[in-house]
Design a protein around this ligand. Structure first.
Ligand SMILES: *Cc1c(COP(=O)(O)O)cnc(C)c1O
Length: 421
């Protein structure tokens, strides 16, 4: 199997050298925070399988919901039909969504959720009397997904240097560093909106934590200010909560830290608890009303697997589990344990936590740095997966990780840091 893999696959975000030097794990099962390999070893999933596994692997209720839905209906297009899972999920989601969000548009993954939001924003202005509003403003260091529209509002040098920006129209706000009060970013944004507001469709941000850019934390007051300014200049605010939503940073929505609601909200990752590709873009009633009318005014967007029954049934079950297993309250307890254990590790620089995200540097912040990988190798030998972002080491475990598993994960990280440095 490894030979077949080696001969045939092209792996994501992995160099051919890395693939040559290290076989991937052969995973045969998962339960709770742990993955099991073909040799019977177990690994605590410290990275939540690329930040999406909020409820642990193979949660029995999730498996049941998929099996039940699979027996009834695997897929039908929603262009001329509806089905129970998608319809009820829509309503359940809006009940808990930030205020003002009144419509749900489904898609497959985080990138499509963001693409949908960007296209909604452009078409909304184009058919409501302001066709000049076509640019987007985002933040330096932003990551909004891997398709080209997403890349055009992203700015992670290690990913995007060779691609260049596919749209020269977009603008980037210089993001504040950790000890900065955000006033410079605010002044820059205000200047951009004042001078070119009539050209700008939307501001897109990852609220509170810029994930792929190195788990960079930023402040609720700045987010609140961004909401005020976008309202003042009538620019749409897109919250990309693909990573930070669903309780990852504490409250259900990262926007809750600032008490704000966006005009468009992008969900994926935790939305399906990382069990399947499934995503949604939520919009306000005002935006939806901007599409009222005949065929020419319909949103020209929709992926083949819009509202897929398996994804929708699973996402409903995820919401039920959040409610019935008090996932956010559990995560709050674990986040205290995470903060205490993580911030006490002496080899870490700039240790920071928010909810169930913990991050720190083990060398100069650099995605291409290899110091984080030394920790990864040591942890993997000891039974934990802590894939780094270069020299940034982080933990993003399932929100409902058992207390003893989190303690074991922190102990392995501590030993691995000792091994590595
Ligand atoms: C992961 C991520 C995306 C892209 O999601 P995919 O499902 O990988 O396409 C978009 N935005 C943010 C903030 C993300 O973390």
């Amino acid at each position: 199997m490894l030979d077949a893999d080696h001969r045939s696959l092209w792996r994501p975000y992995t160099s051919t050298d890395e693939r040559r030097d290290r076989d991937p794990l052969v995973i045969v099962g998962g339960r709770g925070a742990r993955l099991f390999d073909s040799e019977g070893r177990s690994y605590i999933d410290g990275n939540g399988s690329w930040w999406c596994n909020n409820l642990g692997h193979n949660h029995p209720r999730i498996v049941e919901s998929l099996v039940g839905q699979a027996k009834a209906l695997l897929h039908c297009s929603m262009s001329d039909a509806t089905h129970e899972a998608a319809a009820l999920l829509g309503e359940e989601l809006l009940r808990i969504a930030p205020k003002g969000l009144e419509r749900v548009f489904y898609s497959d993954n985080g990138s499509t959720a963001v693409e949908t939001a960007l296209k909604i924003a452009i078409q909304f202005w184009a058919q409501n009397g302001q066709p000049g509003r076509r640019r987007f403003v985002s933040l330096s260091g932003a990551y909004h997904g891997d398709t080209l529209g997403c890349v055009a509002v992203s700015d992670v040098p290690a990913f995007h240097r060779l691609l260049g920006n596919p749209s020269s129209e977009n603008l980037f706000v210089p993001m504040p560093g950790p000890d900065d009060d955000g006033l410079r970013a605010e002044a820059f944004l205000e200047g951009v909106l004042r001078e070119r507001g009539s050209e700008i469709a939307a501001l897109i941000v990852e609220p509170m934590v810029q994930g792929a850019s190195g788990m960079r934390f930023w402040s609720a007051p700045l987010l609140r200010r961004m909401r005020e300014l976008t309202i003042q200049y009538d620019v749409l605010l897109i919250a990309d909560e693909v990573f930070v939503g669903y309780g990852r940073t504490g409250p259900m929505w990262a926007c809750d830290h600032a008490g704000i609601a966006p005009d468009l909200l992008c969900l994926a990752k935790g939305f399906s608890a990382g069990a399947m590709p499934f995503a949604a873009t939520l919009a306000t009633g005002r935006i939806y009303d901007g599409f009222a009318g005949d065929r020419a005014r319909a949103l020209k967007h929709g992926h083949t697997f819009y509202g897929n029954p398996l994804g929708a049934a699973l996402a409903r079950e995820v919401l039920a589990i959040y409610r019935e297993e008090s996932v956010l309250a559990l995560a709050q307890e674990r986040s205290a344990q995470l903060r205490e254990g993580f911030c006490a590790l002496p080899q870490l620089q700039g240790a920071r936590t928010l909810g169930m995200v913990a991050a720190a540097e083990v060398g100069p912040a650099d995605y291409l740095g290899d110091r984080g990988w030394r920790v990864y190798e040591a942890a993997r030998r000891r039974g934990a997966l802590v894939r780094p972002l270069g020299n940034t080491v982080y933990l993003v475990p399932p929100l409902n990780i058992a207390e003893e598993d989190l303690a074991a994960l922190l102990a392995i990280l501590a030993e691995s840091l000792e091994d590595a440095f």
